[in-house]
Ligand binder design. Structure first.
Ligand SMILES: [Zn+2]
Length: 405
């Protein structure tokens, strides 16, 4: 028999706890037999892990049936109210916040519109702290607040939370992580870690984990707001690039003679398929007309709406065809307004994608995002859960994050 040294043993135990909780968090209840089959660990090890997670309040065993076994059995079920995170999606025109329980259960969601102009870091910090106070009022008794995730439409230095460029917010080299952590500490004493990430990367994370591309090892998420961003998953891993800036697909140039982009270049993809550009393409003013109205006009076969959307569809398709050639994904998930647009532009989109290399586009699915509360908002919650999922018992036994009942 081989005996592991104590620290090595601890590491193995922590990895096993992490692996099991991660699976339950992403996939929902599972029987002990399922967990044995999934991990290759033996029954008694699984029993010990489940017992330890149950002692920490993170899981409980409930009677139920799984798809794989006909006979009712006990299912190890993540307890949504045991550990919660706050997640925020900062958009150009609004801040959305949510309280999410373990297993991805939405406990509360609120949103607050703001003026596009003059929305700086200081106001963002104030609003996030204020919204945190409101959301934490809904935390169930005895829950542990284990993390906070923030989605930003810009390029983020992963290590520092520093925003290199968020062109549509007008932020450049803005430090958000530090002042936010400081304000959260002043308000909440010893709050859990705040993680700030790019909105499209977070959208990709959540759609890959539990959304429209669940199970696809290679996928691309494209977020559509005023700007357009992308998150690329290759072999189940989010592509970061050297500085964490990979996936800025909205600034892929599709026409060098096209309109000037907020990034300083010309003819970027988002200048053709970003929300404002879509509205302009149909001959309308984005200041006064909403996308819903244009889609209604398209349903009524109004010529300017149809021809505008046709040209937008071609632009969406050209960009996706380029991405398909480069990454050969199983699924391309469209979020934000691109999700709403998809049924209206499917024909020109698919016509352009048909120009991609046959081998690269074989089997690719172009699908709408499926996470109801918002892919980036849920992705920010996933980022918030990361510390807990990496070390479940360690984080739960840190009393500083426990909310008093
Ligand atoms: Zn650009």
């Amino acid at each position: 028999m081989v005996t592991l040294p104590a620290d090595k043993h601890d590491q193995v135990r922590r990895n096993n706890l992490s692996r099991i909780l991660r699976h339950l968090h992403a996939n929902g209840p599972a029987s002990r037999s399922d967990l044995v089959g999934l991990t290759g660990l033996n029954r008694s090890t699984i029993g010990a892990i489940v017992a330890e997670l149950a002692d920490a309040g993170l899981v409980e065993e409930r009677a139920g049936t799984t798809n794989t076994v006909g006979r009712p059995s006990l299912l190890v079920t993540p307890v949504a109210t045991s550990a919660v995170v706050l997640s925020f999606e900062l958009r150009v025109e609004r801040l959305i916040g949510s309280l999410i329980g373990l297993g991805g259960e939405v406990l509360k969601r609120i949103e607050h519109p703001h003026m596009r102009a003059g929305f700086g870091v200081r106001i963002a910090v104030e609003q996030i702290v204020a919204m945190s106070i409101s959301l934490l009022e809904h935390v169930p008794d005895g829950s542990a607040w284990v993390g906070t995730g923030i989605s930003i439409p810009g390029s983020i230095e992963t290590e520092t939370g520093r925003i290199r460029l968020a062109p549509n917010l007008g932020w450049e080299n803005a430090s958000l992580g530090e002042p936010l952590m400081q304000a959260m500490s002043e308000q909440f004493g010893d709050p859990p870690l705040v993680t700030i990430r790019n909105d499209s990367d977070l959208g990709a994370m959540s759609e890959h984990l539990r959304g429209a591309a669940a199970g696809a090892a290679n996928m691309i998420y494209i977020s559509g707001e005023i700007g357009v961003g992308g998150g690329v998953v290759v072999d189940n891993r989010l592509l970061d690039g050297v500085g964490g800036f990979a996936g800025e697909v909205g600034h892929m140039v599709i026409d060098p003679d096209g309109p000037e982009c907020r990034c300083g270049s010309f003819g970027c993809w988002e200048m053709f398929i970003g929300l404002d550009s879509v509205i302009r393409a149909t001959g309308n003013d984005p200041e006064s007309v909403e996308l819903e109205e244009i889609l209604r006009h398209a349903q009524q076969q109004q010529a300017s709406a149809l021809s505008g959307l046709n040209s937008v569809g071609r632009s969406i398709g050209i960009g996706i065809a380029n991405l398909v050639n480069i990454f050969n994904p199983e699924a391309v998930v469209l979020g934000g307004h691109l999700r709403e647009l998809l049924p209206y532009v499917e024909h020109p989109v698919m016509e352009m994608i048909a120009r991609a290399l046959p081998a690269s586009r074989a089997g690719v699915r172009i699908v709408p995002a499926s996470i109801e509360i918002g892919s980036s908002l849920m992705g920010a919650a996933e980022a918030g859960f990361e510390e807990l999922l990496a070390d479940p018992i360690g984080v739960m036994s840190s009393s500083s994050v426990l909310i008093a009942s």
